[in-house]
Design a protein around this ligand. Structure first.
Ligand SMILES: Nc1ncnc2c1ncn2[C@@H]1O[C@H](COP(=O)(O)OP(=O)(O)OP(=O)(O)O)[C@@H](O)[C@H]1O
Ligand SMILES: [Mg+2]
Length: 455
């Protein structure tokens, strides 16, 4: 298919001669004499490349370029300008035009500029595809464990049934928020918002007004009324994270809302009705909290209609390696490294570790290992200390064994520190700020260590 070029110029003679010339180069060509016609053609003709004159009769080419970019970011704009107008042309480049050509125009030059613009366009397309793929990968829920497979099936059913309340349970880092986001983004509510609130992070008074909103003068400082998350998420999903930490009085209000779909803003008289789905998550033992009277039993039953329980990572061994390999692949690509697999020794240690931070910890560990090293095989030496010094899980470490081994924590730690500092400095070509960032310490702390070890 021929590429499509739109010529925008107020001078008929230029439009005609350019059109004729470009047809010879096998482009499809359309023309426009002013901004209005140009916008119309952008919609109807869908050009790949636009040749835009900077000075039209009563219009400024810059304004036209801006309008075009707003409606179609895909088309590449090439500016045509008289010599005296170079400053404006540079402004246009800043607005997103890709090149400028000086008048009088030379067809050969125009053709080269169009070819360059097309190359740029296809690179942009590739990058976009890559980014889409990457963001999909980022949201892929990995796992072969039967409980994870069952969870995946449940997630699809829950996505379709968008009035059902969901309660997701699991330790920190097991993917609760990811599950909530999957359910929302695959549900009929996906074009509306999913808003989140972390019940543990907000003081109780604020949490109440965050959720339900308030009327003007509802309390001191309420100078104007404000919508709460229940109203803002109308049509979509509200994710109540760390639900176990929600204070009892707010639990009562939430239960009333779940039963009636109505609520009142703080200080308000009017009942407001909204249509949203609540997805809640917690890593707290709610049954215990009910016994301690910290969590309402009726709210628990109301929310727990379809529970999703994500087992901790240490209980699904096959998934540890699968997830580790998945992230090794992603980060290796992202940081342009050559890792393709884990050594057998590294695999054993990954399996032996108890992963208190679950998938989040595993993901971070793999990212760190990839950033700091480079090889084809990720081996024991590359593993961070907490994994390398790890004995079989759940087995207490006999103190004598360590003592007989001549183990000195201080020596070992400083050796490891030195190695990582060297690697980080190598990786960042000696840039202290970046190396400190990579190591997760302050620049000052890095400087102190460099002085200690290397000076
Ligand atoms: N099965 C999985 N496959 C791929 N990535 C996962 C999986 N589970 C979790 N992750 C990733 O692990 C990280 C932590 O997940 P998420 O934030 O959903 O956990 P969480 O249970 O909400 O944790 P917290 O209780 O600490 O809030 C995210 O980056 C997520 O993408
Ligand atoms: Mg979370």
């Amino acid at each position: 298919m021929n590429k499509k070029v739109l010529i925008i110029d107020d001078e008929e003679i230029i439009r005609l001669s350019l059109e004729e010339g470009l047809l010879d180069f096998h482009y499809d060509v359309a023309t426009a004499k002013d901004g209005k016609e140009a916008i119309h053609k952008v919609y109807s003709f869908r050009p790949d490349i636009i040749l835009l004159d900077m000075k039209l009769k009563n219009e400024n080419g810059l304004d036209i370029a801006k309008s075009i970019k707003e409606i179609d970011d895909y088309a590449e704009i090439i500016i045509m300008t008289a010599y005296a107008d170079i400053k404006t042309a540079i402004k246009a480049i800043k607005l997103g035009a890709i090149d400028y050509l000086k008048k009088p125009l030379d067809l050969e030059e125009i053709n080269i500029s169009i070819s360059k613009a097309m190359k740029n366009q296809s690179m942009k397309k590739k990058l976009q595809l890559y980014q889409e793929k990457e963001s999909k990968e980022q949201h892929q829920f990995i796992g072969d464990h039967p409980l994870i497979q069952a969870t995946l099936e449940k997630m699809d059913i829950l996505a379709k049934n968008d009035s059902v309340t969901v309660l997701i349970r699991g330790e920190t880092g097991t993917g609760k928020e990811m599950v909530a986001s999957y359910i929302h983004h695959n549900s009929p509510r996906k074009d509306s918002l999913m808003l989140s609130v972390n019940c543990a992070a907000i003081p109780s008074q604020l949490l109440e007004s965050e959720l339900f909103g308030f009327e003007k003068n509802a309390f001191t400082g309420a100078n104007s009324s404000k919508k709460g998350l229940l109203e803002l998420a109308d049509g979509g999903t509200l994710f109540l994270d760390e639900l176990g930490e929600m204070p009892l009085d707010i639990q009562t209000k939430l239960l009333r809302f779940l039963e009636t779909k109505k609520f009142k803003r703080i200080g308000g008289l009017e009942s407001i009705e909204v249509n949203l789905r609540i997805i809640a998550a917690t890593n707290k033992n709610l049954e215990e909290a009910i016994l301690k009277k910290e969590f309402r039993e009726d709210l628990y039953y109301r929310l727990n209609v379809v529970p999703i329980i994500i087992p901790p990572l240490r209980e699904r061994e096959a998934d540890i390696l699968k997830i580790a390999e998945f992230f090794l692949n992603i980060y290796s690509h992202r940081f342009r490294k050559s890792f393709v697999a884990f050594s057998e020794g590294a695999k054993v240690q990954l399996l032996n570790y108890h992963w208190p931070g679950n998938v989040r910890e595993l993901k971070n560990v793999v990212e760190r290992m990839v950033i700091l090293n480079d090889a084809k095989i990720l081996s024991l030496d590359h593993l961070p200390i907490e994994l390398r010094n790890n004995t079989l899980k759940d087995e207490p470490i006999p103190q004598d064994a360590l003592l007989n081994f001549g183990f000195s924590l201080e020596n070992t730690l400083s050796e490891i520190e030195q190695r990582y500092i060297k690697k980080a400095l190598h990786q960042t070509k000696g840039n202290h700020s970046n190396a400190a960032k990579l190591l997760g310490i302050s620049r000052f702390a890095l400087k102190r260590r460099i002085e200690k070890y290397f000076e």
